[in-house]
Design a protein around this ligand. Structure first.
Ligand code: GLP
Length: 242
């Protein structure tokens, strides 16, 4: 595991965007695994800026996102589809037909999950997977559990995740209770993984996930077993690490 210490959120975002740009430059036809949440927003903003300056070309890139809320339509401003279009896809020259997310409107969970696994498989696999970190150690929407889930699955979101995501919705009742998420097995198959973490409120989970016991109770801890993981976190997030 490669640990990169950033000064603050801006510095973390710039460093993460540099790593993603390097991937696109080294392999223009790469497959990027992308994440939502507030943490990657700064990195996406840098990528858009560098695209606008002419330094980056997304025309060969394919993207697969980690997750999507079950029940939200693409035009719902809280769907992850909407998020990705707002922060990245709508602002760079990525081919919209090569940007993929689980289908939140598919009511049949088994079908939605099997379809998404097929989509990921058809891309040939993820070259670089970007991940944020939930307060309870979730990655994508893989919540603490008794086992690591291999493939795309439908999860019941925990109370703590619902509460954490409440800030994006008008009220807690509007936060969906379920989501489709790429499985831990698929995440671990990515050739490279980049984790971004920011803020004092993530310090304890950074310590538990990356320096503690590997257990499905802390889903991100499995990343310690991957051969090419880079964690870019700011000083606040690393404050409990010596
Ligand atoms: C959501 C997303 C995760 C994300 C997490 C942390 O639950 N499904 O992919 O990593 O939130 O979000 P934030 O970066 O806002 O702390």
């Amino acid at each position: 595991m490669r640990i990169i210490r950033a000064k603050d959120y801006e510095d973390m975002s710039r460093k993460a965007a540099n790593i993603i740009s390097a991937q696109i430059i080294m392999k223009p036809e790469c497959v990027l695994g992308l994440a939502t949440g507030s943490t990657p927003i700064g990195a996406y903003a840098r990528l858009v800026e560098w695209y606008q300056k002419g330094d980056l070309d997304f025309s060969g890139v394919t993207t697969v996102n980690l997750d999507e809320y079950k029940g939200l339509t693409k035009d719902n401003d809280q769907s992850y589809y909407y998020f990705m279009h707002h922060h990245l896809f709508g602002k760079v020259n990525v081919d919209p037909t090569r940007t993929f997310l689980p289908d939140g409107t598919e009511k049949d969970s088994a079908k939605a999950c099997a379809d998404y696994d097929q989509v990921i498989e058809k891309t040939g696999g993820v070259d670089l997977q970007l991940l944020g970190l939930g307060h309870n150690g979730h990655i994508g929407f893989n919540e603490p559990a008794d086992e690591f889930k291999a493939s795309t699955n439908c999860v019941d979101l925990t109370e703590s995740t619902i509460r954490a995501n409440q800030r994006f919705f008008a009220s807690i009742d509007e936060v969906p209770r379920q989501a489709y998420t790429m499985g831990i097995g698929t995440i671990m198959h990515a050739r490279k993984i980049l984790v971004v973490v920011s803020g004092q409120d993530k310090a304890q989970i950074v310590k538990d996930a990356f320096f503690g016991t590997i257990t499905p109770k802390v889903p991100a801890s499995v990343l310690q077993l991957h051969q090419d993981v880079t964690v870019v976190a700011d000083e606040a997030a690393f404050s409990l690490i010596g």
